[in-house]
Design a binder for this molecule. Structure first.
Ligand SMILES: Cc1ncc(COP(=O)(O)O)c(C=O)c1O
Length: 410
């Protein structure tokens, strides 16, 4: 399990004195490292898009911008975030199962690179919004399904993409009306077997090759990704060496065809950001109820969000800051007023005391963007980043209570 603290030599207690808890701490070093790791495993002739849904903090977006990544956005809000972060329009791809008029118009006004289309309605909405020649990719929902994805988004009946057998009829129907010059596939998230990602990439290349005559020109192939990050017990990290070798072999075999396609994309959100942040919380209460020990923290479901429900097994990346000699079975909970606010079910946990600090690792992805921060009138924690030289920068202020409900009504 990733744990950036020893690498950085940062004094968490000191940071907490200044910013209090709960608090997100990001490691610039770790995020930069993940970019290098993932880019190192992908074929040199491909480009990487950062999926903004994983983490939309402007500081984080800026790190990916500086590293030269493209950006995959899935709503008008995400599109606005990347425009605000000064991301160049020719590095922005707009996706999402059905795009709003506002998202399409903002994309057109800013001249973004590409639209990933997921249905005939989606295609019509984009086509009718502009007389310009926009770049359009069709998202394919393949007939085959990967065995191992935790979050399947392809190969199954779904709201995403267009079923494989309907893709070519759709392209034929719209030929000479719109500029369909790309294909896209995103089969799922959290793949831990590199073979699944290689299989998906191979499928899209072969599908494109087989149907190449249907296109005036095929400029964009987006293979998606789903690069997994272990979050629970028993999940093995994705083997980047197998991924690298498999993708390199595939790209070598298909070199002639792939050379004719201008841009080859992969997408990632989780792999790039998950390990880049920890959540620091404080023990507020320790109590015993009907024979069980409960440790109540000042963070929980309101900051950890959907992570709490996705995993059938308990998360394994929670630990106190200090070392302890004694452990006992305990249930870790948040402080919101709901019985579903369980962070960790009964496990042997160090015998912490009130006010001790507890760290939750791997919270850089789908945590700040996928949490009910305002539940029970709570607000979002501040976010700080430790840069390469050890400086601590405030990158998001603590949310105010006035923002935690629909204020404004008098
Ligand atoms: C279309 C698309 N691209 C990229 C991603 C990012 O996935 P991950 O964060 O697992 O890399 C998602 C996640 O749901 C997605 O739906």
């Amino acid at each position: 399990m990733h744990n950036f603290q020893p690498d950085l030599n940062i004094d968490i207690t000191d940071i907490v004195k200044k910013f209090s808890t709960p608090l997100f701490i990001y490691s610039v070093y770790e995020i930069k490292n993940r970019i290098i790791e993932l880019q190192g495993a992908l074929p040199a002739e491909s480009s990487l898009l950062y999926s903004v849904k994983a983490n939309a903090n402007p500081f984080v977006l800026n790190l990916f911008n500086q590293a030269g990544l493209g950006f995959e956005v899935a709503s008008v809000g995400e599109l606005q975030h990347v425009i605000n972060a000064n991301i160049h329009a020719d590095r922005i791809v707009l996706g999402g199962p059905i795009k709003s008029k506002e998202a399409i118009l903002l994309g057109i006004q800013n001249n973004i690179l590409l639209y990933n289309v997921e249905s005939e309605q989606d295609l019509q909405n984009i086509a009718s919004a502009s007389t310009q020649c926009l770049n359009i990719s069709i998202r394919v929902n393949p007939d085959f399904s990967n065995r191992n994805s935790v979050l399947k988004m392809g190969g199954v009946s779904s709201q995403f993409g267009i079923d494989e057998d309907k893709v070519i009829p759709l392209i034929r129907n719209y030929k000479n009306k719109v500029n369909i010059n790309g294909l896209f596939m995103y089969a799922g998230s959290q793949f831990f077997d590199a073979q699944d990602i290689i299989q998906n990439t191979s499928f899209l290349i072969e599908f494109a090759e087989k149907h190449i005559d249907e296109f005036d020109h095929l400029d964009y192939l987006d293979f998606g990704g789903g690069f997994g990050v272990a979050e629970t017990e028993g999940q093995l990290e994705l083997n980047m060496n197998i991924l690298k070798t498999g993708l390199a072999d595939l790209f070598t075999r298909k070199k002639q065809f792939l050379d004719s396609v201008k841009c080859k994309f992969f997408e990632s959100g989780r792999y790039l950001t998950a390990t880049g942040a920890i959540l620091v919380s404080k023990v507020l209460d320790i109590k015993y109820s009907k024979g069980k020990k409960f440790i109540l923290l000042d963070t929980g479901i309101n900051h950890l969000g959907i992570k709490q429900f996705q995993n059938k097994k308990p998360i394994t990346f929670i630990r106190p800051l200090k070392e302890y000699q004694h452990y006992s079975p305990a249930i870790l909970t948040g402080a919101t007023c709901t019985p579903i606010d369980i962070i960790q079910n009964e496990v042997d946990f160090p015998d912490v005391s009130i006010d001790d600090l507890v760290l939750i690792d791997n919270v850089g992805a789908y945590t700040t963007t996928l949490s009910p921060h305002n539940f029970c009138g709570f607000t979002y924690p501040p976010e700080v980043a430790v840069d390469d030289s050890g400086c601590v920068l405030l990158i998001r202020e603590r949310g105010g209570i006035e923002n935690s409900c629909g204020m404004g009504y008098k």
